[in-house]
Design a protein around this ligand. Structure first.
Ligand code: NG6
Ligand code: CA
Length: 510
């Protein structure tokens, strides 16, 4: 009798586990934790020395840590465009947007959130947006649309563009949070409006000195790009970002703990202005830039702990990554250069944000799904452009897409085979094929990146070919030594770009 009971118990347990396996396989929650401007070497498990990131390190230890995973582009808007649409940014000429730009994703088009919706998920974006809002002329005091809701998100709580651009207010679904109708918001990226002081006229009011471009309207003691009037009761406090955004994420998770959800949790950190909450001031040896890394690590840990508390961590796939590589001085004087010490934001790679060298797009990337993903490391060549096809395959709404490819097995650490050929977008395009990297010659101006940002841009007239296996920091151009490989890479890039790209380029040059 005892034996029969035992066998029955095992049988039922197996059945339950298979059923739950199946349902989990089809509908795990998915959270993309998207950090802004986080470099390859900026977290502990990737070699950071000036700051500790125990929560991210724990994700890497319990998940798959990727060594060759890439953001689609070396700047924000193009990367986010590609992440959400699965389409290369050059196809839509996506560039870093002003804070009053229109939505650059076609309403109703196929996007990551719309695919999740199709699979029965509740979807949300919380944090930095920077993909434009409205369809021409935004009235910040009215219903702001089209926006995230029109491209598949059920809920949105946004920093509309970046922390350094006006308007410095949150937008929840269609409306500015806390707006007093008697004090309407006006925004201009052309000329000064309203009577708020600017950084140029009142530098003594600033928490951090700024360059000319970041010296327009001051809000919360920080001068921004662009001018803004009104909206006094709605202004954000930069120091509150970690708490406000994490709280909104927790509320969304709690509300949806019983249904499958997709959360695109997009941090302001570690973009400029880097204004850590007092709780994190001094938590690194690198000043504000290190402190906001610690802050961002804390936010990551809060989400993981919350999933565990709700006991849904084993039903949740987390993908942690960044939208582009690192930058030090990006407009504000926050001592990031002086206090860097031996910390290497780009890790062993060359370049950084804005650059076509590897550090422009090669970013810390971790997949974490306790009980499902077997912890380990992977050298698979991956790009976030593929998350559209890969995650849609995970939730069983597979798509055929010309740019986004299904590499789900690699993203889950089940295979080391990622991309054969991979595009890296920046001010010029780069191409990877296995250990080879090609950067076409270009006559574009590189002065702004090289001299103002002090980042090696990768832009120069000659074609460049590197072998990353023997030369990971792209220091020896072997284009002349391997002419056949150069021809092969050129042809591969032309195939991706297509005739239309070349026609546009010629038309622009005229
Ligand atoms: C640049 C800003 C920079 C940053 C960047 C966008 C300068 C002089 N200004 O125009 O501070 O806001 O846009 O960064 O570089 S991103 O991460 O959103 O792409
Ligand atoms: Ca960025």
């Amino acid at each position: 009798m005892q034996r029969i009971t035992l066998c029955l118990t095992i049988f039922v347990a197996l059945l339950v586990s298979r059923c739950s396996d199946n349902s989990e396989q089809i509908k795990p929650n998915v959270i993309i934790i998207y950090v802004d401007d986080l470099g390859y070497g900026d977290v502990g498990c990737y070699g950071a020395t000036g700051v500790k990131t125990p929560n991210i390190d724990a994700l890497a230890a319990g998940g798959v840590k990727f060594s060759d995973a890439h953001s689609p582009s070396s700047t924000c808007t193009p990367s986010r465009y590609s992440l959400l649409t699965g389409t290369f940014a050059f196809r839509n000429k996506a560039v870093v947007l002003k804070g009053d730009a229109s939505l650059i994703i076609e309403p109703g088009s196929q996007t990551l959130p719309s695919l999740f919706s199709k699979a029965g998920y509740t979807t949300a974006v919380i944090g930095k947006w920077h993909l434009g809002l409205g369809d021409g002329c935004i009235n910040w005091n009215d219903s702001i649309k089209p926006g995230p809701r029109e491209i598949g998100f059920d809920y949105s709580f946004l920093i509309p563009a970046t922390g350094d651009r006006v308007p410095t207010v949150y937008i929840e679904d269609y409306h500015v949070v806390g707006l007093d109708p008697e004090d309407p918001i006006e925004v201009s990226y052309i000329s000064k409006i309203g009577d708020r002081p600017t950084g140029l006229s009142y530098p003594e009011l600033l928490k951090q000195p700024a360059d000319r471009q970041h010296s327009n309207t001051i809000t919360n003691g920080i001068s921004r790009i662009g001018f803004m009037a009104g909206g006094k009761t709605a202004l954000w406090k930069d120091e509150d970002f970690p708490f406000v955004l994490t709280e909104k994420a927790k509320i969304f998770i709690e509300k949806n703990k019983k249904n499958p959800f997709f959360l695109y949790f997009s941090f302001h950190d570690i973009h400029v202005p880097r204004i850590p909450n007092e709780q994190f001031v001094g938590s690194s040896t690198m000043g504000p830039r290190g402190d906001v890394i610690a802050q961002m690590d804390w936010c990551t840990g809060e989400i993981v702990k919350y999933l565990e508390m709700l006991n849904i961590h084993q039903k949740t796939l987390i993908i942690f990554s960044s939208d582009n590589g690192p930058v030090l001085n990006d407009g504000y004087s926050d001592n990031c250069v002086e206090m860097l010490g031996d910390h290497k934001p780009s890790g062993p790679f060359r370049g950084g944000k804005y650059s076509s060298f590897e550090a422009g797009t090669r970013v810390p990337t971790i997949s974490y799904w306790p009980g499902k993903i077997i912890p380990g490391e992977s050298d698979a060549l991956l790009t976030q452009v593929d998350l559209l096809a890969s995650l849609s395959s995970l939730i069983n709404v597979p798509v055929e897409h010309s740019d986004s490819k299904d590499h789900l097995d690699a993203w889950l650490g089940l295979s080391e085979t990622g991309r054969d050929i991979m595009l890296e977008e920046s001010y010029v395009l780069g191409l990877r094929k296995g250990e080879w990297k090609y950067i076409p010659g270009s006559d574009k101006d590189n002065d702004w990146i090289e001299n103002t940002k002090k980042i090696e841009s990768g832009i120069s007239p000659e074609d460049k070919l590197y072998n990353l296996r023997t030369d990971p920091d792209e220091s020896v151009n072997v284009a002349e030594k391997y002419p056949e490989m150069l021809i092969e890479m050129k042809a591969a890039l032309e195939t991706i770009l297509g005739a239309e790209y070349e026609d546009n380029r010629k038309a622009e040059a005229k």
